[in-house]
Design a protein around this ligand. Structure first.
Ligand code: C2E
Ligand code: CA
Ligand code: CA
Length: 819
């Protein structure tokens, strides 16, 4: 019997541990262990009949009662707190106190009826509390009832044993052990299986994938709704029937317009098929395979070079055209095809694409063999899996660029001198550094027009080429950064870039360069006008050019190199103002003739010289203030004719005057219609040509040409007299006198002024005898006093001009004088 109980308990313990039931309730372990110990003690007691063992058995056995209470709580899912356990255990100890007193007085413990009664009552109370716990527990009703039934039966049996029968501990232990064993099987294990079953169903049904479970023979054991839908099977009709179809692992099937991938899981006793819907992925990848194919075909066959790069510039893919264009052997960083001076631009392009999504640039890239390639870059941004890439297309535009550069060369270069034209140099001036000072030097060939007309255009062209060569060589020799341009006709622009950061230094350098340049140019045996301006790019371009041009015109005027300065500007501004006033004066006929008498020794007025005056706001302004401008601007012709008309009118009214001297500017005499204009007016006032004397100066012979010659012949033929003015100054070449048909000679007042000088007297004597020889009338000018007159008369002169005889005066004053 003992052996049987022990075996049951051992099996029980092993089973509990093996199934890991202790996880459910520690109380089970407690109960089973106690039963085991009790059985063991009972076996010992049999042999020794020891009371101590029996006593020990009692105490250990009694702990089963509170243990049952704890078990009920566990089943209910509540945790027993220690207070409750202690409270429940107190009666056991109370019951054991009398036991202690009676100890040693034979085996009265369980025979004592009061004690037994109390024990049964205590057990009943605990059981009752435990039952209420079990009834509350969230387990199947049948299980609850089973527990209560078994427990009640057990208690009833034990109670009967204790109260009425002589105790049989072994029998009690046996029945307790057995009932626990049964309880465990019936209650615990079954409830566990239920949970697992439910879980399995739940899982199977809630799975979005289709699941079908077959046994080894292919009979359907179970399947979920998805699987029945996919396979078009009714659950009740297929269960336990053979499945006609069979599938391979990873097979893709197409059912009800849906793609599924099949996963086959083989077990020892069966097979599970898992069907997963992959329609979306299939369609996605289908679309993508088309797109991919299209893309790769395009990528391969597009005539342009294409590269896909990362934002860091790493080429991750490119077509053959790309490697061909840039002579690449392997995929490198995009930087490897960027010329060093364009590195920052390349980075900029990438940034622009990242920011705006696209960018287009026309720029230069270099191939691996070092050759430059003009390309048009078009780049767009795109994303794959949150990663950003740049799709960059490089179109080779080298050919177009070559063409257009040839064109722009044509447009920007002067074919004659192979220097740049004005358009180019002006464009370049806009690109100069705004930090440094630069110098624009304007070089003009003196009298180029004349050279061209006298020596021919071929010579002129050759001269221009020589000038440009000299300038080019000079640049090379001096190591200057210069743009040379033939800006117009014979005007070269010499732009020296980045001279200095300091304006004074830049000015000094410019002066130095001009001095050297002048020296080099002098080898060409020509005279040059040089005007320049030292400037910073912050100034307005037009203003820079204006100032340089101004300096050049000033240089032409002064016959010296001119570097633009504030003083020059002021001077020029003044002149400009005056010019404007003069223009207005012409319009208002403010230029009027004054007449200065030409008289005999006894002060008899024979003739007069017409001297121009500007009558401005009642003031009389002398010709030195404006004549220059009138000549430069060629307004002298009109003004002179205006005056001439006034004089002719005067002459008509004063026929006593034998002759009138008219000053003719070299500008006028070079004009082909010069004689006719004057003759017309003379005719208009009916003035005989014998009364007209035209005064010209030696300067005229500097530009003596056919027109001048013809004009003079024409005037002479009409009977007009010619006078060589200011004789004795300038060249004073006597050959002029011999070759030109002069009638009168005006001796410069310088000789008269210093008449006390013996040298001058001799010269005057010589001039007088020459005039006698050539049959010319000589008139000394600037006679201011009687003494001068005396000497001049002594020499032999008959006609005189000067303040001593009368100052230049208005027509009205002069008419009073002669009448
Ligand atoms: P010019 O032809 O030698 O004229 C004589 C100049 O000597 C005049 O000066 C006259 O005022 C000045 N003069 C006359 N007598 C004396 C004198 O006793 N002492 C001094 N110190 N000077 C005397 P003006 O009027 O100022 O004319 C200056 C020059 O302007 C002229 O020199 C002439 O070359 C030019 N000119 C004047 N009127 C005309 C004109 O209508 N047409 C052209 N083309 N030139 C003119
Ligand atoms: Ca004169
Ligand atoms: Ca004169």
């Amino acid at each position: 019997m003992i052996l049987a109980v022990l075996t049951i308990n051992i099996v029980f313990v092993i089973y509990l541990l093996e199934r890991r039931l202790y996880r459910l309730s520690k109380v089970f372990i407690h109960v089973v262990s106690i039963l085991f110990i009790l059985t063991f003690l009972e076996a010992l007691k049999f042999k020794t009949n020891n009371l101590y063992i029996q006593y020990l058995e009692n105490i250990i056995g009694l702990t089963l009662i509170p243990a049952f209470y704890v078990f009920s709580k566990d089943i209910n899912g509540e945790k027993t707190n220690i207070k409750e356990r202690i409270l429940i255990s107190i009666p056991i100890f109370l019951l054991n106190i009398p036991n202690l007193f009676l100890f040693g007085k034979s085996d009265i413990l369980l025979e004592n009826r009061i004690f037994s009664m109390l024990l049964v009552i205590y057990g009943a109370i605990i059981l009752f509390l435990s039952f209420s716990n079990i009834l509350k527990a969230n387990i199947k009703k049948s299980i609850k009832h089973s527990i209560i039934l078994i427990s009640s039966t057990l208690l009833f049996y034990i109670s009967l044993e204790i109260l009425f029968f002589s105790k049989n501990t072994l029998r009690i232990l046996f029945s307790v052990s057995l009932s626990f064993f049964i309880t465990m099987f019936i209650l615990i294990r079954r409830s566990w299986l239920n949970i697992l079953d439910e879980l399995k169903d739940e899982l199977l049904m809630s799975f979005s994938d289709g699941i079908i479970v077959l046994d080894n023979q292919g009979y359907v054991l179970d399947l979920n709704k998805t699987a029945s839908k996919i396979l078009n099977l009714n659950f009740n009709n297929i269960i336990n029937k053979k499945l006609e179809e069979s599938f391979n692992n990873d097979e893709v099937i197409f059912k009800n317009n849906t793609y599924y991938i099949v996963k086959k899981l083989s077990f020892k006793n069966g097979i599970v098929y898992l069907f997963r819907n992959i329609t979306k992925e299939m369609e996605y990848s289908k679309k993508h395979t088309i797109a991919d194919k299209l893309f790769s075909t395009l990528f391969k066959n597009i005539p342009d070079a294409v590269a896909i790069i990362t934002p860091k510039g790493k080429i991750i893919e490119c077509n053959r055209q790309f490697t061909n264009l840039f002579k690449l052997k392997r995929l490198e960083n995009i930087e490897s095809i960027v010329p060093s001076y364009l590195k920052s631009e390349s980075k900029l392009i990438i940034l622009e694409v990242l920011k705006n999504g696209y960018a287009t640039y026309e720029t230069i890239r270099k191939a691996k063999d070092g050759k430059s390639v003009f390309v048009k870059i078009r780049a767009v941004k795109f994303e794959i899996d949150d990663k950003v890439f740049l799709y960059t297309i490089y179109t080779d535009i080298s050919k177009e660029k070559m063409l257009s550069s040839k064109l722009s060369n044509l447009l920007e270069k002067d074919p004659l001198t192979d220097t740049f034209n004005k358009t180019y140099i002006v464009k370049q001036m806009g690109n100069l550094s705004s930090l440094l000072y630069h110098s624009l030097i304007l070089i003009d060939i003196k009298g180029f027009k004349w050279i061209n007309s006298i020596k021919g255009h071929k010579f002129g062209d050759q001269l221009l080429r020589e000038v440009s060569n000299t300038l080019k060589e000079f640049t090379k020799k001096e190591g200057l950064d210069v743009i040379i341009s033939r800006a117009q006709n014979d005007e070269f622009w010499f732009l020296i870039k980045d001279l200095d950061i300091d304006p004074i230094n830049a000015l000094e350098k410019t002066k130095e360069i001009i001095a050297k340049l002048k020296k080099d140019l002098s080898t060409l045996e020509q005279n040059f006008f040089i005007g320049s301006y030292v400037f910073k790019n912050s100034e307005d371009l037009e203003e820079i050019i204006r100032k340089a041009t101004l300096s050049l015109s000033k240089a032409k005027e002064s016959n010296k190199e001119v570097i633009y300065s504030k003083e020059i500007e002021d001077q020029i501004q003044k002149e400009i103002k005056k010019e404007n006033l003069i223009k207005i004066a012409i319009r208002n006929q403010e230029f009027i003739p004054f007449l200065q008498p030409i008289s005999t020794e006894d002060r008899k007025i024979i003739g007069a010289e017409v001297l121009i005056r500007w009558k401005k706001d009642g003031k009389i302004i002398p010709p030195s203030e404006f004549l220059n401008f009138l000549e430069k601007s060629r307004k002298i012709t009109d003004v002179s004719l205006q005056i001439f008309e006034k004089v002719m009118d005067f002459l008509k009214k004063n026929p006593k005057l034998k002759f009138i001297d008219i000053n003719i500017s070299p500008v006028q005499i070079k004009e082909p219609d010069f004689p006719i204009n004057y003759l017309k007016i003379m005719e208009k006032y009916n003035i005989p040509s014998q009364k007209i004397v035209f005064e010209i100066t030696e300067n005229l012979f500097l530009s003596y040409d056919n027109t001048v010659k013809e004009n003079i012949s024409r005037l002479k033929a009409e009977g007009i007299k010619l006078c060589l003015d200011d004789f004795g100054t300038g060249y004073s070449s006597l050959s002029y006198l011999r070759n030109l048909p002069f009638d009168i000679l005006k001796i410069d007042r310088e000789f008269v002024k210093n008449i006390d000088d013996e040298k001058n007297i001799n010269l005057l004597k010589a001039i007088y005898s020459i005039c006698e020889t050539f049959n010319l009338i000589a008139i000394p000018e600037g006679v201011e006093n009687a003494r001068q007159l005396e000497i001049l008369s002594m020499i032999g002169f008959k006609l005189f001009q000067g303040y001593y005889f009368g100052k230049p005066q208005s027509l009205s004053e002069f008419s009073k004088l002669i009448n």
